[in-house]
Design a protein around this ligand. Structure first.
Ligand code: PLP
Length: 507
């Protein structure tokens, strides 16, 4: 595409000349990121949704695909600067809203490498080493979770929501086939002569409800298992529900949460596994967030019994410092991935390519083209090592306990419960008004802190023992570089903002 006396029209990234170009463009982009980082005053730019929209209006002018392109330096600078300026700064101590940790340096470079080489995992010829690496990472993560890597399997996924959908699919297919002799992926649900149901605790992630809807089971067929005072599913209740299930219903799955999104609650996994086994029900452990506890000798015991689950959702882009997506679905028995068209791996029933070892992974995933997330996962874990990773997890846990203690001491703040992991739920209790007013007050307070660029805090609602649902604020502590003093500062600032709001200066 180039002539000897003119610049090329474009440059692909992976050639020798292209790599030189990537290096210099990357330096330019990093200069912009450093510049923006040095000028930051808070975890997000002030201005709220209006401010972000105005910034976008200013730079997103002209067509997406102009008739004539521009130099890559220009295209990058035009968008990288505002993108960075209006990013939530996950390295800031007041960025406490979401399960997005600041990723480590080596993982960011692994992402660049993955983009330059653009490997995929669906066919052997789309990425021979990427395939080997993917299989190896899945096997090692299965081991980490306590599975026998010889029997276990799994796949990297775009996130916990997809992992949960895949787990519910396998539960439905495997259990219905076990109990009725018919795989629904062949004849559909009508062939199964029974209504599948799924057992869940109240705090289950909404992606499970959506999965049940998508799979044609229907949300009405979710049976909520009662929880104890600590919010954990009661195994005897699960057992009773399964014993009393009407003849025309088939329990296909029980979902245990290993680290609930709001409270970090871990359901009693060994007892639930025993109940599930007794009734021939698939046990899925949603450890999207809680799996981080596996890295800590202090917290690991919370996840005892994890390996008794038939499938496990793990997100290393939450409690694991690898950038999104770094997610895996693990299964105790690899053959259950059949739901996704798992190709035979033995020579008996396979085609000649498979026989010769030219095997891709599209048969064990919802995706066809699939990027290599294993590279950054492996690089993150090898860079950190077990000792540092344990220290990082424990530091975040310590920070959560520190915040909880401080909140508990404040007259105007009400702590919901001691944090088992790293999320802290609390609310500001204004001196006047009832629950509805307090709900509105906390909602407004959070929005104002975000709009003014002071702190990023999440909100949720929790139904108390009295059956009343209330708004709570949530701190998610996943940045081990944050100090207790910085946390104090965030809480001081929140209290100051709340007092201003009370006196009507900011109604
Ligand atoms: C975050 C979360 C999910 C969803 O994971 P994504 O990676 O955001 O799709 C599922 N379950 C639990 C318990 C979670 O905390």
């Amino acid at each position: 595409m180039s002539t000897s006396d003119s610049e090329p029209l474009f440059r692909t990234a992976g050639t020798v000349a292209g790599l030189e170009s990537v290096r210099s463009l990357m330096n330019a982009a990093l200069d912009i990121l450093q510049d923006v980082s040095a000028q930051r005053t808070g975890p997000v730019a002030p201005g709220g949704p209006e401010g972000a929209r105005a910034a976008a209006r200013e730079v997103l002018t002209g067509p997406l695909l102009p008739e004539e392109g521009s130099a890559p330096e220009t295209a990058l600078a035009d968008l990288v600067r505002p993108y960075a300026q209006w990013s939530a700064d996950l390295t800031h101590p007041a960025a406490l809203a979401r399960m997005q940790p600041p990723p480590i340096d080596a993982a960011a470079v692994a992402e660049l490498v993955a983009a330059v080489l653009n490997q995929s995992l669906h066919a052997w010829e789309s990425g021979p080493f990427a395939l080997e690496l993917d299989r190896w990472v899945v096997a090692r993560l299965a081991e980490l979770a306590g599975y026998d890597p010889e029997e276990a399997g799994g796949t990297l996924t775009p996130g916990g929501s997809v992992s949960n959908l895949m787990a519910m699919t396998m539960a439905r297919d495997t259990v219905l086939a076990d109990k009725t002799g018919v795989y629904p992926f062949l004849g559909g649900m009508r062939a199964c002569a029974g209504q599948p149901v799924v057992l869940c605790p109240v705090g289950v992630h909404f992606s499970i409800e959506r999965a049940v809807r998508l799979l044609g089971i229907g949300e009405e067929n979710i049976v909520t298992v009662p929880v104890d005072k600590a919010g954990r599913m009661i195994p005897e209740e699960a057992d009773r529900i399964l014993r009393e299930l009407p003849e025309d219903k088939i329990a296909v799955a029980m979902v245990a949460v290993a680290g609930s999104t709001d409270l970090g609650i871990v359901d009693p996994l060994p007892e639930l596994a025993a109940v599930a086994r007794r009734h021939g029900v698939w046990l899925h452990a949603d450890a999207a967030y809680g799996a981080g506890a596996l890295f800590s000798p202090r917290l690991r015991g919370l996840l005892d019994g994890l390996a008794e689950a038939d499938s496990i959702t793990v997100d290393l882009h939450k409690f694991g410092w690898s950038p999104a997506s770094s997610a895996v679905l693990l299964v105790r028995r690899s053959e259950t991935l059949l739901s996704f068209g798992l190709q035979p791996t033995t020579c008996l029933s396979a085609d000649d390519d498979t026989c010769a070892g030219f095997i891709g992974l599209q048969g064990s995933s919802l995706q066809t083209t699939r990027r290599s997330d294993a590279l950054k996962i492996a690089i993150t874990m090898r860079t950190l090592g077990a000792r540092t990773m344990a220290a990082m997890v424990d530091t975040c846990h310590d920070l959560a306990r520190y915040a909880a203690e401080r909140i508990d001491r404040e007259a105007r703040l009400e702590l919901f419960a001691e944090p088992p992991l790293t999320s802290v739920l609390f609310r500001y209790v204004p001196p006047q008004g009832g629950d509805a007013e307090a709900d509105a007050f906390n909602g407004r307070l959070r929005r104002r802190l975000m709009e003014e660029g002071r702190s990023l805090i999440a909100r949720t609602h929790i139904t108390g023992e009295d059956g009343v649902s209330r708004v709570y604020l949530k701190l998610m502590l996943l940045n081990p570089e944050t100090t207790p003093e910085q946390l104090d500062h965030v809480l001081d600032d929140l209290l100051a903002a709340a007092e201003e709001q009370e006196t009507g200066a900011h109604a």
